[in-house]
Structure formats: structure tokens, C-alpha cells
Design a protein around this ligand. Structure first.
Ligand SMILES: [Zn+2]
Length: 384
């Protein structure tokens, strides 16, 4: 039995303000809040980490913090004022998220063929940003530009952005988000303060789901462990009943392919190619699932089973781990990365997926419990 918690003064000093929404990145949050309170925020940040780990949440917390109307700096972001609310709702005129799907206003006027399918950030995006940055903020104190997928900037865009990074304006905060910072040029990286977000412990995500989002404890436990340390995934999955099922189907497809005959593998390869024509992102997610699967196999092989993302498939992981050597796993992960790379370069998709299937180690189905044939996973359902 515990009574109501009373915060110690040390806790109060380091506590996050009420409007701070980032889950589980305490060190990063504390560092940014300290900089905010001391008036020492950088002009540009580079937040790295995998999708849904909290990069965008942290960027938006910063956007709210620098525009919040709360009287005490230590109370920002309050989450309640007009500025905070408009940023949360995504309708604040001075806070803009730029990603490959963002329409470029200047090109739109000229009639560009820019489509949401585009997977790059062009110079036009940066020109647009620089034009907006040169104006006074419209409704808040500070322009915040979040470039989501900074590694997708084409060279002319990156060169143009350097100018903004080298001559920062007082009322402009740039936040670059990247899951592949090694693809950014050193000149860009060196001009940003870098914040690397690591996977959040499952217990922290579980607690957030139960206490803040009123999830059932059993559901929270599965989602927190399935999230791979990505709170964003767990939060989305909580409100999407198909997420768990979609994930299960994805694992079943992977197990089916690993234990299947060559015919079954090629059938799966054709299914990937067909899906790729309809929905590229779904295929990238499937490849990410493959990588996560092999990563888990490696963890099991090294006896670090407590950290696996597929805790609910532990028996299958152990079955697979018993049949492969670490070097097989590393080769498999490399092959998956090469597949993603080839897709980026518009390679012949059926062939690419067939090569992937030939590269995967064959697993004896008898050693993997509860796995049917590759046909089980034929129906495709998005997990996220
Ligand atoms: Zn506020």
C-alpha cells in the first residue's frame, strides 16, 4: 500500500512540465529542458533513432516549448495554451514538418509533378523553408522546421540547407530527424546538436500504456515487448486492434518462408513483389520485421533473451536459433539490407525477392513449434 506520492524537491526540479509528451527518453528530455530554462537551446538539432521511437514527439515538444505562452519558462510546454494546442493539433502556422510527401508550394505554382510517393527531399523543400524562415513568425515566437527523414535530402537540398545551418536566424529552430544519420554529410551533422534516441525499456512503455492510456495490463505487456523499444509503435498499436494480428501474420509469413520449400519461398517472393507494386511502405515494414526477427534470433543465441521483441514467439525463436550459426544470421541481415537498397534503386522486384529467399537459411519445420505452411500468411494485412 502506498499513499499519494510527494515529490522531493530534486524531483520537482528535474520533472518534465505537464505538456511534455515524449515517452521514456529522460536524459534527452532533461538536457533539452535544461537548455530551454537556461536560454541555451541550439539553433539546430539532429534527432536520430528508428521510426516511432519518439523523434517526432521530441521535436514537437521542443516546438511547443519554444512557443508556449506559460509565464514560467520551467512550466513550458504547458500543453494547454493556444500555442501548445495548435501545435499538438498540427495547425500552427509556424511549425512545419517537412518530409518527402510534403507539397512544395513554390513548385505547386509552377505545376510540378511532385507526388506523395516521392521518396526524396528536394531543393524546393528547402527553398520553401528558407522563404518561410525569412518572414516573421505568424502566430508564435519561433519558426520550427522539422525535417523528417533528413537522410532523404538530395545533394542540392542538403547544400541549400547548409546555408541556413551556417547563418542561423534567432527566430528559427531546425530539427532534423533521421533513422540513417550515417547517410547525412558530415557538414550537416557537425552543425547540429545531435541527440541519439535509444530503445525505451519495455517496462517504461508498459507503465505508460497502463497508467496514462488505461490499457489492460496484459495487453500493455505484450505491446510494450513487441514494440522493440518504440513507444510510438505501442501507442498506435493500442488503438489499432489489427496491429497485433498484422504483426502475428507477418511473423507467420516469415516462419512459413524460412521453413518452406523452394516453391513456397518463391511464392512468398512473388507476393512481396505484388505488394510492392501496391504499397511500398508495407514491404519495407515486412523487411524491417525480418531484420527484427533475425536480431532476436541473435539475442537468443547469445543468451540475452530478456530483450527480444518477439517475446510471444520465444519458442519459435529458440527453434530457429538452434539451427543457425551467428554468421548465418549476420549474412541474412546483410541480405535483407541489400534487398532494401536494391528496391531504392528500382531493381527488378521479383528477382530481388527471389534472391532474398535464396539467401535465407532453411529451417527444419519440425524444430519450430506452431508453424504451418507458407500459405497461412498469404493474406496481407498492414501492421501499422
Ligand atoms: Zn503552452
Amino acid at each position: 500500500m502506498t499513499g499519494p506520492r510527494v515529490r522531493s524537491s530534486a524531483e520537482q526540479a528535474s520533472a518534465t512540465p505537464p505538456g511534455w509528451q515524449t515517452i521514456g527518453h529522460d536524459a534527452a528530455s532533461a538536457m533539452l529542458l535544461r537548455a530551454l530554462r537556461n536560454g541555451r537551446l541550439a539553433h539546430a538539432y539532429l534527432i536520430t533513432g528508428p521510426q516511432q521511437i519518439g523523434r517526432r514527439s521530441l521535436a514537437l515538444d521542443l516546438a511547443r516549448a519554444v512557443n508556449c505562452e506559460a509565464g514560467e519558462v520551467g512550466d513550458r510546454p504547458c500543453g494547454d495554451c493556444r500555442q501548445c494546442q495548435r501545435i499538438t493539433r498540427g495547425i500552427h502556422a509556424d511549425v512545419r514538418i517537412i518530409n518527402p510527401g510534403t507539397t512544395i508550394e513554390t513548385e505547386k505554382v509552377r505545376g510540378s509533378d511532385d507526388t506523395p510517393m516521392s521518396r526524396v527531399i528536394k531543393k524546393g523543400h528547402v527553398d520553401d523553408l528558407q522563404h518561410r524562415a525569412s518572414l516573421k513568425p505568424f502566430e508564435g515566437r519561433t519558426h520550427v522546421f522539422v525535417i523528417d527523414g533528413a537522410e532523404l535530402m538530395l545533394a542540392p537540398a542538403a547544400n541549400a540547407l547548409l546555408k541556413t545551418l551556417e547563418e542561423p536566424e534567432a527566430q528559427v529552430l531546425l530539427v532534423l530527424l533521421s533513422s540513417a544519420p550515417e547517410e547525412l554529410t558530415d557538414t550537416i551533422v557537425s552543425r547540429c546538436q545531435r541527440i541519439d534516441l535509444r530503445p525505451v525499456p519495455a517496462e517504461v512503455i508498459e507503465r505508460h500504456l497502463v497508467e496514462r492510456m488505461k490499457a489492460e495490463p496484459a495487453t500493455a505487456r505484450i505491446l510494450a515487448r513487441a514494440s522493440g523499444g518504440r513507444p510510438g509503435w505501442a501507442v498506435v498499436a493500442l488503438s489499432d486492434p489489427t496491429a497485433i494480428d498484422g504483426r502475428r501474420q507477418s511473423v507467420m509469413r516469415i516462419m512459413g518462408a524460412l521453413t518452406g520449400s523452394l516453391d513456397e519461398r518463391f511464392k512468398y517472393a512473388r507476393m512481396l513483389a505484388a505488394e510492392h507494386r501496391k504499397d511500398r511502405e508495407a514491404v519495407y515494414k515486412e523487411l524491417a520485421r525480418w531484420t527484427a526477427w533475425w536480431r532476436d534470433v541473435l539475442l537468443v543465441k547469445h543468451g540475452i533473451e530478456g530483450q527480444v521483441a518477439h517475446e510471444d514467439f520465444k519458442d519459435q525463436l529458440v527453434g530457429v536459433a538452434g539451427q543457425v550459426e551467428p554468421r548465418d544470421v549476420v549474412a541474412a541481415i546483410r541480405s535483407i539490407a541489400a534487398t532494401a537498397e536494391a528496391l531504392e534503386h528500382n531493381a527488378m522486384t521479383p528477382l530481388v525477392f527471389e534472391v532474398l529467399m535464396l539467401d535465407m537459411p532453411r529451417i527444419d519445420p519440425a524444430t519450430v513449434p506452431g508453424v504451418g505452411t507458407a500459405d497461412d500468411g498469404e493474406e496481407w494485412q498492414d501492421e501499422e
